[in-house]
Write a protein that binds this ligand. Sequence first.
Ligand SMILES: [Zn+2]
Length: 310
Amino acid sequence: MATPKNKVIITCAVTGSIHTPSMSPHLPITAEQIANAAVGAAEEGAAIIHLHARNPKTGEPDQSPELFRPFLQSIRAQCDAVLNITTGGSQTMSISDRLRPALEFKPELASLNMGTMNFGLYPMLGRYKDLGGWEREYLEGSRSGFFRNTLADIERILADCRDAGTRFEVECYDIGHLYTLAHFVERKLIEPPFFVQSVFGILGGIGGHREDVLHMRRTADRLFGDQYVWSVLGAGALQMPVATQSALMGGNVRVGLEDSLWLSRGRLAESNAQQVRAVRTTLESLGLEIASPAEARDTLRLKGSDQTHI
Ligand SMILES: [Zn+2]
């Protein structure tokens, strides 16, 4: 793994498409809420903000570029953080729809899931009794549905975004996803440094045991040597333990309400900023420094915010 001068890049994923509004009153839904969440996270030290949009009335994940535009412009006007747009959207969307915001706004970074997978959200049905409207159906749908990114889909996303100079947060939910990335590296369809976001604890992907984190790291080291920059995210209660393990191993971290609604056991995070502050406190107590957006751009060789269409 390439070491970014002992500075840790914090990514904050402020809303995502996993959680639904009834689960937490603090989940950002509207453009104003998403923008405020992002700016607050950046002020606490997040160098990268990973973004999804939602229908402002229902909170349902929505990939319409028109819903992204207001918060992208608002965040850009208020802070220098790197803006990272999802191409994952949610598992109910078509590939073409999922790609629209990244193609329109040509961000510095876009997420890219490295495979088709089961993505089980339905266990949350047992934990939240008061889900309404679309929420219950959405979570239940993940029992028989799946997230689609075939090899052809990945090749298409790589090709379409590369023309815009967009680089990738390569999301690897399992060891096989590292090998899929290696395949595209071998075909020279993606350029180093590869920003590998290892995801732990999603039902359908790898778990979050310390051995899982070690195995992911060792495999990435073997496949990519010093050509990649490693980051991790742990789902739910795994968020802080996995981030801390990664930091101790020289990795970078991702937090945010997309990945966990919690600050600690039984205590909801009241904002994304609160989670960034929590992980930052842990990192600084380990003697680590936090990377600025400029340092993250340098490490990941990003094109700069003035080269986007935001
Ligand atoms: Zn996401």
